[in-house]
Design a protein around this ligand. Structure first.
Ligand code: 3HC
Length: 309
């Protein structure tokens, strides 16, 4: 078959909703873009555990501590599942992690901001994991089998992450004025990074056209952002919280949320390594990687010896 005929057959398959499996013929651009996207997702899961992980020793009580430990443990597990999915495309975990540590790969913008109070931990669980669920429930329907199947477990566990965050918000909003003020302060700081979480506007998206053509992305960045706003703005306002965007409103005629344009220069600065916490996040990630080397080497030797036995 000519390359053109293979491409036509591939596109007919993904348009039918078939899953592409490791070893199937796939366009090289499909493979490369999936490695980029899945490895970034994996990096984001593990780096994303850092802002919350720092709060485990300071959780306000044993129940919150246990829930946060379970969530952080889940996130690291999600990262491992996603590295595994990316490895099926012919890239090694070591390569992916070196790309991250050398600044050649990025991770989600939101994890480069500091979690200043316990209210940040609650907002992260409720709204960032809520945004992740909006995104990841569509990736579940994606064309690449190992990625879509990893989403099944990840989406299930994200449901718990959202609930524990929302439960903490409910408790704080039913608490003292100081607690309510802490939640409002956290919302003020996290709202705009969350608005950028879904990526640049569709007109500025580099990869969406190809990823949507080959059914890796089912919804565009703007469609996901609109879905998030529709799901969460009414809930946020029901608490009496004020979203720090005076332009935010639902336009019945257009059938969409109107909002102030996020600061895409900040977005570019942050994803290029110049956010408030980028350097610290990568330093911690590098430390863990270096200090865990002996475990990886011991496992490799164990596997080698097992093969030779
Ligand atoms: N943070 C960092 N970089 C981002 C970004 C974000 N929020 N959104 C977009 N970008 C980058 C893209 O990677 C691309 O840069 P690159 O060419 O150097 O990779 C550039 O901005 C242009 O963006 P595009 O719209 O062209 O990129 P995509 O088509 O890949 O769309 C995306 C961006 C929507 C984030 C998509 O990659 C995606 O859905 N990824 C999988 C989901 C994911 O990675 N989520 C991260 C969070 S994990 C998490 O939420 C943990 C949870 O427990 C909280």
């Amino acid at each position: 078959m000519t390359e053109e005929a293979k491409l036509q057959e591939f596109e007919a398959r993904v348009n039918r909703g078939d899953k592409v499996e490791p070893g199937d013929w796939m366009p090289e651009d499909y493979r490369k873009n999936l490695i980029r996207m899945i490895s970034q997702h994996a990096h984001s899961e593990i780096v994303g555990a850092l802002p919350e992980g720092t709060w485990i020793p300071y959780a306000p009580n044993f129940k919150r501590k246990m829930a946060l430990i379970a969530k952080v443990q889940d996130e690291v597990g999600h990262g491992q599942m996603l590295y595994k999915a990316a490895e099926t495309l012919g890239v090694s975990r070591e390569e992916m992690i070196n790309d991250l540590l050398m600044g050649r790969a990025t991770y989600s913008n939101v994890f480069n901001y500091p979690a200043e109070t316990w209210a940040d931990v609650a907002i992260i669980g409720w709204l960032i994991d809520g945004a992740a669920i909006v995104n990841q429930t569509k990736l579940l329907l994606g064309s690449y089998g190992p990625y879509a199947r990893a989403m099944e477990r990840i989406c299930y566990e994200e449901g718990f992450h959202l609930k524990q965050g929302y439960d903490a918000i409910c408790e704080m909003m039913a608490g003292t004025k100081n607690q309510r003020d802490l939640v409002q302060d956290a919302l003020n700081r996290w709202w705009w990074p969350i608005m950028m979480f879904f990526g640049p506007r569709d007109k500025d998206s580099v990869h969406s056209a190809q990823l949507m053509r080959w059914k890796v992305k089912i919804k565009s960045n703007d469609e996901l952002r609109q879905e998030f706003l529709g799901k969460f703005v009414p809930k946020i306002r029901a608490f009496g919280l004020v979203i720090p965007d005076p332009e935010l409103r639902y336009d019945e005629e257009k059938g969409e949320w109107l909002f102030t344009e996020p600061d895409w220069d900040e977005f570019k600065r942050v994803i290029r390594g110049n956010g408030p916490m980028n350097k610290e996040r990568i330093a911690v990630r590098r430390l863990a990687h270096d200090e865990g080397r002996w475990v990886r080497e011991a496992l490799e030797r164990f596997v080698e010896e097992g093969k030779m036995a």
